[in-house]
Unconditional design. Structure first.
Length: 141
């Protein structure tokens, strides 16, 4: 063997180790970013469902009499917060104008691969609103 051959021994191994590490990190990044997007979508879905359940709590007497349509604020808040508790997420419920309920959700996503390089839990949020409307003949009144 020539001297040049001895100088190159092991050089392919170093390249293989480095490229394997980079490929594993790229796969891990793809998996964890996909997981974070999924967690973000779940947070939005939970907020939307909590707003929907809270928005179903209306003041019965005025609605039945056809005078006006308004949320029963205490029941709406309690129902939406109960939905958040069942979904095991934290959030806040805001009722504005007597007819709109807004739910903001905060949750965390724990990375699978990126935790190996020191990236901890990632915060995800979602927000949704539900508004009561009164319609007659398909048009909002």
């Amino acid at each position: 063997m020539s001297r040049d051959t001895y100088d190159e021994l092991g050089s392919i191994s170093l390249w293989l180790v480095t490229s394997s590490f980079v490929m594993m990190m790229l796969v891990g990044l793809a998996v964890d970013l996909g997981g974070q997007v999924h967690a973000q979508q779940r947070a939005h879905d939970v907020a939307a469902q909590a707003a929907r359940t809270g928005g179903q709590q209306v003041q019965a007497a005025p609605a039945i009499e056809g005078r006006y349509l308004a949320l029963d604020t205490a029941a709406s808040r309690r129902t939406a917060e109960g939905y958040l508790a069942e979904a095991n997420v934290t959030g806040s419920v805001t009722i504005t104008g007597g007819d709109t309920i807004t739910v903001e959700v905060t949750d965390t996503y724990t990375p699978t691969f990126l935790s190996f390089i020191g990236i901890g839990d990632l915060t995800v949020t979602g927000e949704a609103s539900a508004r009561l409307i009164r319609s007659l003949g398909g048009t909002e009144q």
